[in-house]
Design a protein around this ligand. Structure first.
Ligand SMILES: Nc1ncnc2c1ncn2[C@@H]1O[C@H](COP(=O)(O)OP(=O)(O)OP(=O)(O)O)[C@@H](O)[C@H]1O
Ligand SMILES: [Mg+2]
Length: 274
């Protein structure tokens, strides 16, 4: 039996047939603001709740920002850090004298810092989040796949289950081939769409080795005090391709008006001809 780890969101655990297999490297991908960071916070919080240790590497937000965002959903990261259950490696601020910051955004520095953190947390399994990986190949996107592979390989003996986030939905569109997606054991993709003048969010499990996972698109929401909630499977309906009803009404009205004008000139022409 594969041991599975809760993501912290029971509906997503259900989609994954129990959760993320222990030891897996998961790519969490999606455009900005889709929920990758918040999903990662759930994952770490679920581990802490279960007595597992956590390592969270933040590259786009400061440690304080991560703690505050987690706090909004009731995850007490500051306490977990104090109790020695969680280490937040700040790769953004890099403050002098802070042992858990990265001086340079290099893969080597990242790996050695993660190993230090794992040693400090002690024996046993730990959950690791690197949010985001994109920062490490900003100036060399062609290295995405290699760097992802190096990280997975070098950390493979450290009893970690990893979430690596990436903003680039499809790196192939840039002509560099896939990044973390090929190297990862699983891919969870977040999407957003403006529909009816409203921002809606979706999630799909695109890949999960050794798992007969759910293949449907799910609509999700991010709710203050709770975090990610799953609204249910999303059926692609006419709504997807249809314009907002107010726009449709205007088009129909314009069409009708045109027809009326046309028919009245037709009648006038007829009158003239008679
Ligand atoms: N307390 C809150 N209550 C409700 N929604 C929130 C709250 N905090 C954040 N959000 C929503 O979550 C979004 C951010 O989600 P998240 O940080 O997970 O995105 P992301 O995919 O990591 O984006 P990026 O790639 O830019 O890091 C915000 O834009 C906002 O819509
Ligand atoms: Mg983020």
């Amino acid at each position: 039996m594969i041991e599975r780890l809760s993501t912290g969101i029971s509906e997503i655990d259900g989609m994954l047939k129990g959760g993320i297999p222990r030891g897996f490297t998961i790519a969490v991908v999606g455009e900005p603001g889709t929920g990758k960071t918040i999903f990662s916070l759930h994952f770490i919080a679920a581990g802490i709740k279960n007595g597992e240790k956590g390592i969270y590497v933040t590259t786009e937000e400061s440690r304080e920002s991560v703690i505050r965002q987690a706090e909004m959903f009731g995850f007490k990261f500051r306490d977990a850090v104090r109790r020695g259950e969680l280490i937040i490696i700040d790769a953004l601020m890099g403050e002098h004298g802070d042992p858990w910051s990265l001086r340079e955004l290099t893969v080597e520095e990242l790996i050695s810092k993660i190993m230090d953190a794992k040693r400090t947390l002690g024996y046993g399994h730990a959950r690791l989040v690197i949010d985001s990986m994109s920062a490490f190949w900003l100036d060399k996107p062609a290295m995405a796949r290699k760097y992802s592979y190096v990280i997975k390989r070098r950390l493979s003996k450290w009893d970690l289950t990893m979430i690596l986030t990436s903003q680039y939905a499809v790196t192939t569109s840039l002509g560099f081939g896939f990044g973390i997606e090929h190297v990862a054991d699983g891919i969870i993709r977040f999407r957003k769409k403006i529909m009816g003048g409203y921002l809606r969010r979706f999630l799909i499990i695109e890949k999960m080795r050794q798992t007969d996972h759910d293949k449907r698109v799910y609509e999700i929401d991010i709710v203050n005090g709770k975090g990610i909630i799953v609204k249910g499977p999303y059926n692609a309906t006419r709504e997807d391709i249809m314009l907002p009803s107010s726009v449709i009404r205007k088009i129909i009205q314009a069409q009708l008006k045109k027809e009326q004008e046309l028919s009245s000139t037709d009648i006038e022409e007829l009158d003239d001809n008679v």
